[in-house]
Design a protein around this ligand. Structure first.
Ligand SMILES: [Fe+2]
Length: 280
């Protein structure tokens, strides 16, 4: 992030996932993640609970129409809007029903809208199984363009690169506050929504979430393990559309001006404890 970018601090507040079978997806997320459900019109369902919000829409499965990043206050949002306008970005009205009128959006090179705004409702205090929506990740055929957009354009801070031996990048992780990443992208043969993650309070929560999924007979898809970039403990489950969902603990914190690191493109990078999900 450049010194001047007013993006810091911003956090991922909600995402919209589309599905050809939104009813099945909604039922999965209610049961799996303790969400309560609200029909908000135009075929969109709002799922909310604790410090997590998700919109499920009718559309092409495996797509992420938008991500909503919450800034701290109106002054920061104004400053950030001016920062993006100075860079020549054409800002669009926000497609999100969860931010106020002052929110705005712009499309990344793969067509995901990135929305910046101020939440209209505070997070709920009570959460039986704590898990705050924390990051979203996409797979892309255009990693260089995506990195340019998020780092040089939007002003996210790059935390880690993953590279092949010849230096060609296979993933980048970017942050918008002290948490290691609020967004990341992996190089892949095709474009799709990759996963989203909930940050829990400690390792014991990971156990409790895994026991919860055991009780409802949702098997762990990958993990438990520890990522290299972010150093977080994690496991993943899979939703009915094949999107992965991550439970994460102890995600690394990095101060604003800490330089990025580089990791080798190998299984150990993605899971220090063992085998990995390699996108390429
Ligand atoms: Fe993740």
């Amino acid at each position: 992030m450049s010194e001047q970018s007013p993006l810091w601090p911003a956090r991922l507040h909600h995402i919209r996932i589309d599905s050809g079978d939104p009813g099945t997806m909604t039922a999965f997320y209610r049961r799996g993640f303790g969400y309560s459900e609200d029909e908000i019109g135009e075929g969109v369902t709002l799922l909310s609970g604790g410090a997590r919000q998700l919109l499920i829409g009718r559309g092409k499965s495996g797509t992420l129409p938008f991500m909503g990043f919450a800034l701290d206050d109106p002054a920061q949002l104004d400053a950030y809007r001016a920062f993006l306008q100075t860079k020549g970005f054409n800002l669009q009205p926000s497609p999100s029903p969860l931010f106020g009128d002052e929110a705005f959006a712009l499309d990344d090179p793969d067509g995901h809208a990135v929305v910046f705004g101020l939440p209209m409702e505070p997070d709920e205090d009570y959460d039986r199984l704590p898990g705050r929506l924390q990051h979203a990740v996409v797979a892309t055929k255009h990693l260089d363009k995506m990195a340019g957009f998020y780092i040089d354009g939007l002003g996210f801070n790059v935390s880690d690169w993953v590279e092949e031996e010849d230096g060609s990048p296979t993933a980048f992780f970017v942050r918008s506050d002290a948490e290691h990443h609020s967004f990341a992208a992996f190089r892949a043969d095709g474009q799709r929504f990759d996963h989203h993650a909930y940050e829990v309070t400690c390792w014991d929560d990971i156990r409790d979430w895994a026991d919860h999924f055991a009780a409802i007979e949702v098997p762990i898809w990958w993990g438990p393990g520890r990522h290299g970039p972010g150093n977080n403990l994690f496991f993943m489950v899979e939703d009915p559309d094949g999107n992965k969902v991550e439970l994460s603990a102890e995600l690394e914190h990095m101060h604003r001006h800490m330089p990025h690191r580089t990791w080798k493109h190998e299984e150990r990078t993605l899971n220090l404890w063992g085998n990995a999900w390699m996108r390429t």
